[in-house]
Structure formats: structure tokens, C-alpha cells
Design a protein. Structure first.
Length: 408
């Protein structure tokens, strides 16, 4: 009886917190509207309530299934632990974020779930900005469907970014970084905090982001002097050297003398252990093409694990149909002269996919982990389709270079 009363009180607190977050959103939106005239309050508010729905769905799911969210709520409350004791990378950093809300502000498990749901939502706001700022054109797919809302409302992307855990903040960090990197000198705060979130949560993903950023700086805007490019590159390289132990420590290579050999041994061991689960797949036995296909598009209906798997399969089918649109002769020509931000997105997506396919042999983990990087692929697809549509609507705009300069 007492437990039921506490649960009702916690849910009531969540209900009162939602209007506060809604009003906070409006203030954030006003600032964004001043920077971007295209910003849509209506779309972003609709997306907010849609994401809250998935927060409720995940909360229900976690009440009857094992979920890391329970661990992330309990650990910061352990006796003998202070706030700074959790100031580490990886799992500990989520405890570090959660600690003051749980111990100082008295947030319940339900309130923490809502807080992280909101953090994940902010990632979608930045994703929206990335697409609309770089591609002002409305793109239709499958004859009548507007592509951008379709991408923003994909259910699997919302499910895994609507709970207490790593998914929401790292998605925010990646989208914040991708938004800020277009204009790093004016958006350095977003670049810094986005990079910090990615590094603190998944240092190995930060390594990939840093490598892609260096390439983007070196190959990017011609108006940036080479001296500045070298300074930026040196700063990133310095950060990587300072924190190399934390980055390599994620895959137990902090003290390795043979990085390649030890990495291969680690990935084989990791793949074998993950493959023992009920949704395990024999990734170590697959060709590189099969690894990529599994990571990007499985489960499909033939290997869907239960009702949830059927929903994910439907979404994976959409991914597959969108990727098929890249199989055109024009795409190779396009990517050669595409803006650096498009090339960076494609490179980050491919590098992340390559790294993850070697350590994942469980469809459940694959479904969750690929939410981090799928929007980088979507951006490439969206930009390419915008180019194709522009050429059809404006025949005079014949060169890809002219389109890239127009859309940039």
C-alpha cells in the first residue's frame, strides 16, 4: 500500500515537472528563432510531446524488463560516495550527472527518467537545426511523405533516447557537436560541451569524432588561414594525447604494446560474449558486407525478436529503402564535390559502423547503439536527395558545385 502511494506521488511530481520543461523549451525556442527564421515552434512542440510518449513507453518497459536505468538511479545513492567520486568517463559520468538531482534535489526515479528524456529530446532539436540550416528544401520520399518529419519521428530513435542512461546525453552531445562544427568560432560553446559529453560518456566515439573533425578542418573552408587550421588541429591532437589512456582504456588497451593485435583479440572476445545472448548473431563469422548490413538494417522481419522486434524491423526497412536511393551514378559524382560537412557525416558514420561491427554480436545492443550515428547517414541521404530534386526543378542549375554552393 505504501509503495503504491509513493509511486502515485512520484508520478504526480513528474506531471508537475512537464509544464516547467515545456516553458523552458519555449525560452530556448525563442533564442533559436532569433538565429534561424525557419525554426518551427509547432513542429518542435509536437516532437516534444511525441518524445515524452516514448519516455512513458520506456518507463513501462523498464518496470517489467531488466533496464540499466534502475542501476543508474541506485548507484549515486550509495553511502560513502561523494559527488566528485563519480567524475570519471563511461558509466560513472552518468552517475556524476545524476548525483546532484538525486541527492540534493530529491529527484525520484520517475523524475530522473523524465529529466533524461528531456535531454534526449534536445538532441532532436539540434538534429532538426542541422537538417534545416544546411538544406532549406522540403524533400518528398515514397511519393508523398515529407522526409524530415519522417526522420525526426522514427520511433526507435526516440525509444533509446528517452531514459536514464547513456543514450540520451551522448545523442545530445553528438548532435550539438554536428550543429556547432559548421561555425566553430561562433558556436564554440556548443562544440566544447558537445565534445565533452561524447568524451565523458564514450571516449572511443570521441576519438572518431576528433579524427573526422581534424579532416574537416584541414579540408574545410578555404577562407580559414592555414595557421588557424594547424592551431585547431594541434589542439585536437593534444587533447587526444592527453586523454589517450582513457580512450584506449575503454577497450582495455591503455597499457598495450601491440594495439592492433590486442584490439583484434578484444573484439573477438567481446563478440563471442555478446553472441551468447538469445538475440546473438555470429558477427565474427560474417564478411565485412554482412557485418555492415547486420548493424544497419537488422533485425528485419525474418529475425525479429518478438513484437518489439517487428516494430524495429519496420523502421529498419525504412532505413534500407532510404539507403537504396543512394545507389545512383550521380551519387559518386555528388560525394566527390559535396561540402565538407556531408563528407564528414559520411566518414563518421562509416568509421563508427566499422568500429562497432567488430564488438557487437547482439541484436538488442545493435538496435540501441546505432541510434548514436544514424542521423549522420540520414543527413547524407537528405542532402543528396535535395540535390537531385533541385536539378529536376531548376534545370539551369546543372553543376553539382553550383548546388553545393547554393545550399551551403
Amino acid at each position: 500500500m505504501l509503495t503504491d502511494i509513493n509511486l502515485l506521488l512520484n508520478i504526480a511530481q513528474v506531471i508537475f515537472l512537464i509544464p516547467f520543461l515545456y516553458l523552458l523549451n519555449q525560452e530556448i525556442f525563442k533564442r533559436l528563432k532569433r538565429r534561424h527564421t525557419f525554426f518551427s515552434f509547432r513542429l518542435m512542440n509536437s516532437l516534444f510531446f511525441y518524445h515524452l510518449l516514448f519516455g512513458a513507453i520506456y518507463y513501462t518497459y523498464a518496470s517489467v524488463n531488466p533496464s540499466d536505468s534502475h542501476r543508474y538511479f541506485k548507484v549515486p545513492q550509495r553511502e560513502g560516495k561523494e559527488w566528485l567520486d563519480f567524475a570519471t568517463t563511461g558509466t560513472g559520468f552518468i552517475d556524476f550527472i545524476s548525483y546532484p538531482f538525486i541527492n540534493y534535489l530529491g529527484f525520484s526515479y520517475e523524475m530522473m527518467m523524465l529529466l533524461f528524456t528531456w535531454i534526449g529530446y534536445l538532441g532532436f532539436v539540434y538534429a532538426y537545426l542541422i537538417f534545416r540550416e544546411n538544406i532549406p528544401h522540403s524533400i518528398k520520399v515514397f511519393k508523398k511523405i515529407n522526409l524530415l518529419p519522417l526522420l525526426l519521428f522514427l520511433p526507435n530513435m526516440h525509444f533509446w533516447t528517452a531514459s536514464l542512461g547513456k543514450g540520451a546525453p551522448i545523442f545530445l552531445g553528438l548532435m550539438m557537436f554536428a550543429y556547432a562544427v559548421k561555425n566553430p568560432e561562433k558556436r564554440w560553446q556548443g562544440l566544447f560541451f558537445g565534445s565533452l559529453l561524447v568524451f565523458c560518456i564514450r571516449p572511443h566515439i570521441f576519438l572518431l569524432v576528433a579524427v573526422v573533425a581534424v579532416l574537416g578542418i584541414l579540408l574545410g573552408k578555404k577562407q580559414i588561414e592555414w595557421k588557424k587550421k594547424l592551431v585547431y588541429t594541434g589542439l585536437i591532437a593534444g587533447v587526444l594525447l592527453i586523454f589517450k589512456d582513457q580512450i584506449l582504456g575503454v577497450v582495455n588497451l591503455g597499457n598495450s604494446q601491440d594495439l592492433i593485435g590486442d584490439f583484434i583479440a578484444f573484439t573477438n572476445k567481446r563478440a563471442d560474449s555478446l553472441g551468447q545472448a538469445t538475440s546473438g548473431v555470429a558477427m565474427s563469422e560474417y564478411s565485412l558486407f554482412e557485418k555492415f548490413f547486420t548493424f544497419w538494417f537488422r533485425p528485419l522481419f525474418f529475425d525479429a525478436p518478438g513484437f518489439f522486434g517487428v516494430i524495429v524491423s519496420a523502421e529498419n526497412l525504412i532505413y534500407l529503402l532510404l539507403v537504396v536511393k543512394l545507389f545512383k551514378r550521380n551519387f559518386i559524382k555528388f560525394i566527390k564535390i559535396a561540402p565538407v560537412k556531408v563528407k564528414m557525416s559520411l566518414l563518421l558514420f562509416l568509421l563508427s559502423s566499422f568500429a562497432m561491427t567488430f564488438v557487437m554480436s547482439n541484436l538488442g545492443i545493435i538496435i540501441r547503439q546505432k541510434t548514436m550515428v544514424m542521423y549522420f547517414l540520414f543527413f547524407v541521404i537528405y542532402y543528396f536527395l535535395a540535390h537531385e530534386q533541385m536539378l529536376k526543378s531548376k534545370p539551369k542549375l546543372r553543376s553539382l558545385k553550383a548546388f553545393s554552393q547554393k545550399a551551403a
